[in-house]
Design a protein around this ligand. Structure first.
Ligand code: X8Z
Ligand code: ZN
Length: 602
């Protein structure tokens, strides 16, 4: 293909006057010019990045009109610069540059999540919409029983209440926060699409799908291929859980066939179901411990949870977190101001200024999330010596999978016993309860992880217009997750806007990928540690040699195509669900037996 294009341009040169041909020759940039351009672009973006990150941090940890303005100004400048550089990068298409420069040119074009149109004022407008949407979501409250409650409060009720009327009221209440965001969201989509087209992508969805070292269409096909690998297992879990919900609530609340009512699954978005373990626990086998209770009994506080997470990584050979991590992180929700509570991990200077931002509660879910967030921080620090444009995950799914991989070991009873949380690790008789708990989070998540961006891809491509946002969302929710809302949705509903990553503009396919990769990492790590028992019993705590090899993959950042990084640690080059299938195999067999006589599917 390349040589065909070169031949065509050589022919064009020959058809020109000698002067025009000489000018065209002069205009074609040399590889050295391409490299000089990339070096300069990289330095300019790096120089701006600390300013942008600090403005974003301040807004996220202190939401006011003023901090939104400051963030929008900084992000607008970065957008304008990155958009200009990405368009200039296109001038070097077809120039025979070295592989490092070629990769950096590609990454320059993919730099922004939401590129802005090049015209005056558009970058600032888009940045203001982004800051505003994220802030509206994060400060959202609604009236419940005569008091204004936050998402945190609402999540507590969904986790703990077993009263269907209360669950429905709170589930619907949280979704009154999003309708005012719909018009701004539609405007953001229009602007980002215009920006993406300016960079040569058909729409923003195509830009997002271009970030995986393969053609955008090939990536979409990959996600469908992997989903097909795990879908039968999800359906098995769905069938079992639905029967248990029917046993508990009766036909009037949850029928034994058809989709599941979304508010009964213990989570605001029905994306992980571990909180209703009590409802679905196997009848005959008891689970001897509950991590929520162990943490409370052992007097854990949020800082102790983070210190425990740090110690896990230290056991793998990672250096302790810097003092500034402790001084600058937001570990609990401040009482005197509005913040973004949705958990995240930050690196503000590309080196050691790593921080987490959480509203940590003492429970098993947040114990896990601490390991997840720290994974981001250790990854950021590991690739800190890479040039600026290579500072990033091998792909964004890798970034999400590092901490999840650590969490898989940190949740094993063996590890909980090692750190003194559990007196005695249970025997093999508790394997099914343990695997069921894990599946309620990991397997239940898969269709949700897949569909959020299926919805956004349809929105960005224009297949779904703003008036159809909500119906298209529920079509996907029912098709992939087999769930329905607890009652009819109002005409103005904007339910996708009630999930952080939509107003927060964080791509979501990364989590679907991470739920596959983390098991590939786990399987490879356990093999390296010489483990020959069942995968779900393996903990890699204290496996420093394995940690060294894991770090070697992490240090690569995004300097190489992601299959190279995957291969460096696992020897595999494909996204492959056989590892998650191996991990859960005994549970899948058990579920199949339990579901005998049920009409599975919906
Ligand atoms: O957003 C997150 C992390 C921050 S990167 C807490 N996760 C997704 C979510 O909460 O929806 C982790 C799992 C999926
Ligand atoms: Zn994450």
């Amino acid at each position: 293909m390349k040589s065909y294009l070169m031949a065509a341009s050589a022919a064009a040169l020959m058809a020109m006057t000698p002067l025009a041909a000489a000018q065209a020759q002069a205009a074609r940039p040399t590889p050295a010019e391409a490299k000089a351009f990339v070096d300069k672009a990289e330095a300019e973006l790096e120089a701006l990045s600390v300013y942008t990150a600090k403005a974003a941090w301040v807004r996220a940890t202190y939401i006011t009109e003023d901090t939104q303005w400051l963030e929008a100004k900084a992000v607008g400048e970065e957008k304008a610069l990155a958009t200009k550089l990405a368009m200039e990068a296109a001038r070097y298409d077809g120039v025979a540059v070295d592989p490092v420069t070629a990769r950096k040119l590609m990454l320059l074009k993919l730099y922004l999540v939401l590129p802005a149109p090049a015209r005056e004022g558009a970058a600032a407008e888009l940045a203001a919409l982004e800051s505003g949407l994220d802030s509206t979501y994060s400060t959202g409250k609604f009236d419940y029983k005569g008091r204004q409650i936050t998402l945190n409060d609402a999540e507590d009720i969904l986790r703990e209440s077993r009263d269907p009327a209360e669950l429905k009221a709170v589930w619907e209440g949280w979704r009154t926060v999003s309708p005012p965001m719909r018009a701004d969201y539609a405007q953001l989509v229009a602007l980002a699409n215009e920006g993406s087209k300016g960079l040569g992508y058909s729409d923003t969805g195509a830009l997002w799908r271009a970030k995986y070292d393969m053609a955008p269409d090939a990536f979409a096909a990959e996600t469908d291929r992997v989903w097909a690998q795990v879908e039968p297992f999800y359906k098995n879990l769905h069938c079992y859980v639905r029967a248990k919900l029917n046993d508990k609530y009766g036909d009037g609340v949850q029928p034994r066939t058809g989709p599941i009512r979304a508010d009964l699954l213990g989570n605001m978005w029905a994306q992980s179901w571990g909180n209703i373990y009590d409802i679905v626990a196997p009848a005959r086998v008891r689970s001897s411990y509950d991590l929520d209770q162990l943490l409370v009994k052992a007097n854990y506080d949020p800082t102790k949870m983070v210190k425990t997470g740090e110690a896990f990584y230290s056991s793998l050979g990672f250096a302790p977190l810097p003092q500034t991590f402790w001084e600058r992180s937001q570990i609990t929700r401040p009482q005197d101001r509005e913040v973004v509570c949705h958990a995240s991990a930050w690196n503000l200077d590309g080196k050691d200024d790593i921080r987490i931002k959480m509203c940590t509660k003492v429970n098993g879910e947040d114990f896990y999330t601490v390991h997840h967030e720290l994974g981001h921080n250790y990854y950021q620090r590991a690739y800190g010596d890479q040039p600026y444009l290579f500072k990033g995950g091998a792909n964004d799914g890798f970034h999400e999978a590092i901490g999840d991989f650590a969490g898989l070991s940190a949740l094993t009873p063996t590890y909980l016993q090692q750190i003194g949380l559990l007196d005695q690790a249970p025997g093999a008789e508790e394997d099914i309860p343990f695997l069921l708990k894990m599946a309620l989070d990991k397997i239940a998540f898969l269709p949700f992880g897949l569909l959020v961006d299926k919805w956004r891809w349809e929105v960005f491509s224009g297949d779904v217009a703003p008036a159809e946002y909500n119906d298209a969302w529920w079509t996907l929710r029912t098709r992939y997750q087999g769930i329905v809302p607890p009652g009819p949705r109002p005409a103005d509903a904007f339910d996708p806007g009630a999930k952080y990553h939509v107003p927060g503009n964080t791509p979501y396919m990364r989590y679907f990928l991470a739920h596959i990769y983390q098991f590939q990492f786990h399987r490879a790590a356990c093999a390296q540690a010489g483990w020959d028992g069942p995968l779900h019993r393996c903990s890699v705590y204290d496996e420093a040699e394995m940690g060294r090899r894991f770090n070697a993959m992490m240090e690569m950042g995004q300097s190489k195509p992601w299959p190279d990084a995957l291969e460096a640690f696992t020897g595999e080059r494909q996204t492959d669900a056989s590892a998650i299938a191996d991990y859960f195999a005994p549970l899948n067999t058990w579920l199949t037996a339990q579901n005998k006589g049920e009409q599975c599917g919906w």
